[in-house]
Write a protein that binds this ligand. Sequence first.
Ligand code: ADP
Length: 244
Amino acid sequence: MIKIKDLHKQFDQLKVLKGINLEVAKGKVVVVIGPSGSGKTTLLRCLNVLEQPTSGQIAIEDQVLDFSQQVPKKKIPSFRRLTGMVFQNYNLFPHMTALENIMEGPVTVKGEKKEAARKKAEMLLGKVGLGDKIHFYPFQLSGGQQQRVGIARALAMEPKVMLFDEPTSALDPELVGEVLKVMKDLANEGMTMVVVTHEMRFAREAADEVIFMDGGVVVERGNPEQIFSNPKEARTKQFLNLIQ
Ligand code: ADP
């Protein structure tokens, strides 16, 4: 589903991604862990071209962007639509209800009919457990509820891959579980997911593969058992000791 080849990203002099190679098969959940500043968010943002990589290739399904040469601008919107992004701070439109937030993309970007978009938004809000909150504005919702709207909004665009950038980091501890549950349900339904998170329990329970990044490279990868119980690299061990 996703194939990343020798991906580099540099901000001015700062080399943030230094040759990332990664493949994610359809239906798999990859959890990316690593210290702050290791490039995890930048990798996700490159995957949906919120950041323009400096060089390398990203293929998602049958669409390929090769950043070693000038990428034609017209290729980017359809590429971006392959992925749905969930942000740490939800990024909902504050002046729109939950329902309107979810309808916005399908109607304005994809040109879906309002009635169809509304039906889909209602269905998605039900799916994330917010069927009774469809007319609530973000300020009337808890952080966990807002983030569930954020997930429903990304799903409304019918992406092939869901990208999660520390989706529970801004939440009070008691609200983390409800968001992780929605993510686990999605994983169980076969959604392909790349998740940057500090929730090691989620990684243990839901990941098919865990990627440990440090200093802009993938230091180690493996299934959760290998990474958490039997890490090979000193840097992975050190990181896990610090957080567990
Ligand atoms: P992580 O998600 O692992 O914490 P990030 O991808 O957010 O790491 O950041 C990696 C490095 O890139 C950091 O040093 C950060 O300051 C830098 N960085 C991220 N975005 C930008 C930007 N837009 N401009 C300049 N530097 C950036």
